[in-house]
Design a protein around this ligand. Structure first.
Ligand code: ADP
Ligand code: MG
Length: 647
């Protein structure tokens, strides 16, 4: 019968590459194929147990789930079987051959050529099944989907093709038979097999039985859910193995949070924070990866309510005693119990992070580098414990090269300083050189430097921390106190006149031109009014086409700066009145009658205009904006350079 309807199919291109690698390149730590097959078998049992909640008939032949491993020395085969959900013909084809999984490409991209490292990536990217080809030169899968009376056989030697054919009716579930490569007899040794199972799969909550072709196989694991055990009964090694299993991750967990909630809300939580950044952390779907169980029955992994998106770095299991077992994945979203569990978990995690900030500074630094940008997303959402999140946030600042907490920032604030100052931007090094910081540096006032994308958003939502307001240094109303120019007898009329002239020249391109105390070595910078939209947020919205165009900014000028002073002098020497009619960057002034241009030492209105436009464009560049008319900018700059060189 097997020969009838036998179909040959090609592996997807990416799967083909993965297989080649398994067969030809990965030799180290081949034992892990067993971990992957057991992990799949355990998932299959979980899936059936869940489906049987609403359709008990599916598991009617047996609800004692188990994974069985049989080594047959005569045939030189190793078979891993389970009585889980099973696969029908289409599922065999898709899951084990043709479907292009998002992880496969990623996996191939991450390969380093270092066998040990590459092997550790296998489970992470959902290519676990193919690891059986590290030890086998042929793999046969026979599967019967729960509830179906057909069995199907999948077979391949891993080189380009696989076959699918109907098979003799077999019991529910999946049996995967590895025809071992020569030299791989170690996997026929039951003693060795038991050892591997205890090392890698002791945490599996279904019995794993190991045996040979003759005699009854025996269970080797404790088969109790790790998260239900008391902390004292779980070794760090077992936590780690369980983490590898639930998280599909090769690294060590940085934080293990094992906790039992009793009282109104009863649940067990075993959560982990990875020590390395998972590859899909910033994928647009922002998947959460904490598994929900109800009284030991696996319900779902993809549940938006269990942990918030800004804690999507969490891995692990939450097992509720209160939720109804027959709950469907869809109605879970609206269950008030879920919200309560989530709020409790969030509080717990933040409290634990707070402790870590003190007990493990170096570890926390790495955690923050990996996941800080994710956690900060929580600041943007409504109804989150903002103050607790801010407490564990770390920011770069003008104080030193490392990061600081807000509490440490506050402790360094000047007596007369009211606000927590910050500057947002794309890159830390660019921020450090920003002209906006000059006045603050001169006064010894620390400024937070925010270079994560998410920073642009939370700063527009979060107004204060522990009674101190956050204030961007790009705001126009910042007064850094007395400056030399202001101690002069009276306000400088000349500066006011220059500001007026500059506003005339720049027209609608600026909202206003004003003197500022923020600058020391730069002549100008751009700012926005209090209450106006943050510069970078606005730029983002323009890019996203959510708003049509950026608003005009305020050009702030440094009245002490030599360029500004000489503009003042030139302006007072210029008799020729300016006719300001220029629509485009004043560039049509070029066609105006030649004025006193070229006579150095004499004032020229064109020189002033050129200088004003150059200053404005330079301020835009410093803010990371593009200049409106690059050609005009280049011509002006060239004229100035020419003059400078021909003195
Ligand atoms: P992953 O487990 O990360 O999805 P694998 O390569 O290990 O990737 O497995 C691919 C898919 O094949 C699984 O997602 C599952 O749908 C299916 N599969 C593998 N083994 C079994 C099994 N024993 N029973 C049922 N389905 C299985
Ligand atoms: Mg798997």
């Amino acid at each position: 019968m097997a020969a009838k309807n036998k179909e040959k199919l090609k592996f997807s291109a990416e799967t083909g590459k993965v297989l080649q690698l398994m067969i030809h390149s990965l030799y180290t730590n081949r034992d892990i194929f067993l971990r992957e097959l057991i992990s799949n078998a355990s998932d299959a049992c979980d899936k059936l147990r869940y489906e049987a909640l609403t359709n008990p008939d599916l598991a009617k032949d047996s609800s004692d789930f188990a994974v069985t491993i049989i080594a047959d020395k005569d045939k030189r085969t190793l078979t891993v079987s389970d009585n889980g959900i099973g696969m029908n013909r289409e599922e065999l084809i898709e899951n084990l051959g043709t479907i292009a999984k998002s992880g496969t490409q990623e996996f191939l991209g991450r390969l380093t050529g270092d066998g040990t490292k590459d092997t550790s990536l296998i489970g992470q990217f959902g290519v676990g099944f193919y690891s059986s080809f590290m030890a086998a030169d042929k793999v046969t899968v026979v599967s019967t989907r729960a509830g179906s009376d057909e069995s199907w056989q999948w077979e391949s030697d891993g080189t380009g093709e696989f076959s699918v054919a109907p098979a003799e009716k077999s019991p529910r579930g999946t049996a995967i038979t590895l025809h071992l490569k020569s030299g791989e007899d170690q996997y026929l040794d039951t003693f060795r097999l038991r050892h591997i199972v205890t090392t890698y799969s002791d945490h599996i909550s279904f019995p794993i039985k190991v045996g040979s072709a003759e005699g009854e196989p025996e269970a080797v694991n404790t088969a109790s859910a790790v998260w239900m055990r008391s902390k004292a009964d779980v070794t760090p090694e077992q936590y780690k193995e369980f983490y590898h299993h639930v998280a599909h991750a090769p690294d060590e967990p940085w934080l293990v949070l094992h906790n039992k909630a009793e009282g109104k809300l009863e649940y067990m939580a075993l959560l982990f924070i990875p020590s390395q950044k998972p590859f899909d952390l910033f994928h647009p779907d922002r998947k959460r990866r904490v598994k929900l169980y109800v009284r030991r029955v696996f319900i779902t992994e993809e549940n938006a309510e269990l942990v918030p998106a800004y804690m999507r770095f969490l891995r692990g299991v939450v097992d509720s005693e209160d939720l109804p077992l027959n709950i469907s994945r869809e109605t879970l979203q609206h269950n008030p119990m879920m919200t309560k569990i989530r709020d409790a978990l969030v509080k717990k995690v933040l409290a634990e992070l707070k402790k870590k900030t003190e007990s493990d500074e170096e570890g926390y630094r790495i955690f923050w580098a990996n996941f800080g940008a994710v956690l900060k997303e929580g600041l943007c959402e409504a109804a989150t414990p903002r103050e607790q999140i801010l407490e564990v946030c770390r920011f770069y600042s003008t104080h030193g090269t490392g990061t600081t907490s807000l509490d440490a920032y506050i402790s360094r604030m000047k007596p007369e300083q009211e606000h927590i100052y910050y500057l947002t931007g794309d890159r830390l090094d660019a921020l450090r050189g920003s002209p906006q910081l000059e006045g603050f540096a001169a006064k010894g006032i620390e400024v937070l430097l925010l270079a994560d994308h998410v920073d642009d958003f939370w700063v527009s939502v979060v107004t204060q921390y522990k009674g101190r307001n956050f204030k961007s240094v790009t705001r126009a109303d910042i007064n850094l106190g007395e400056k030399k120019s202001e101690t002069k007898t009276k306000p400088d009329d000349n500066i006011t006149a220059l500001a007026g002239r500059m506003k005339e020249i720049l027209g609608d391109h600026v909202k206003d031109v004003r003197a500022t105390s923020k600058l020391t070595s730069s002549a100008v910078c751009l700012a926005v009014d209090e209450g106006a939209m943050d510069v970078r947020l606005e730029r983002f919205l323009v890019e996203q086409k959510q708003i049509a165009a950026a608003s005009a900014k305020i050009l702030e000028i440094n009245s002490d700066h030599p360029i500004i002073r000489s503009l003042v002098t030139r302006l007072s020497n210029t008799e020729i009145p300016l006719s300001v009619s220029s629509p485009v960057n004043g560039e049509n002034k070029e066609k105006a009658p030649p004025l006193a241009r070229g006579f150095r030492g004499e004032s020229s209105s064109n020189d002033i205009e050129d200088a004003v436009w150059l200053l404005f464009d330079q301020a835009r560049i410093a803010l990371g904006e593009t200049i409106a008319d690059p050609a005009a900018f280049t011509r002006r700059l060239q004229r100035f350079v020419e003059k400078g060189l021909t003195i």
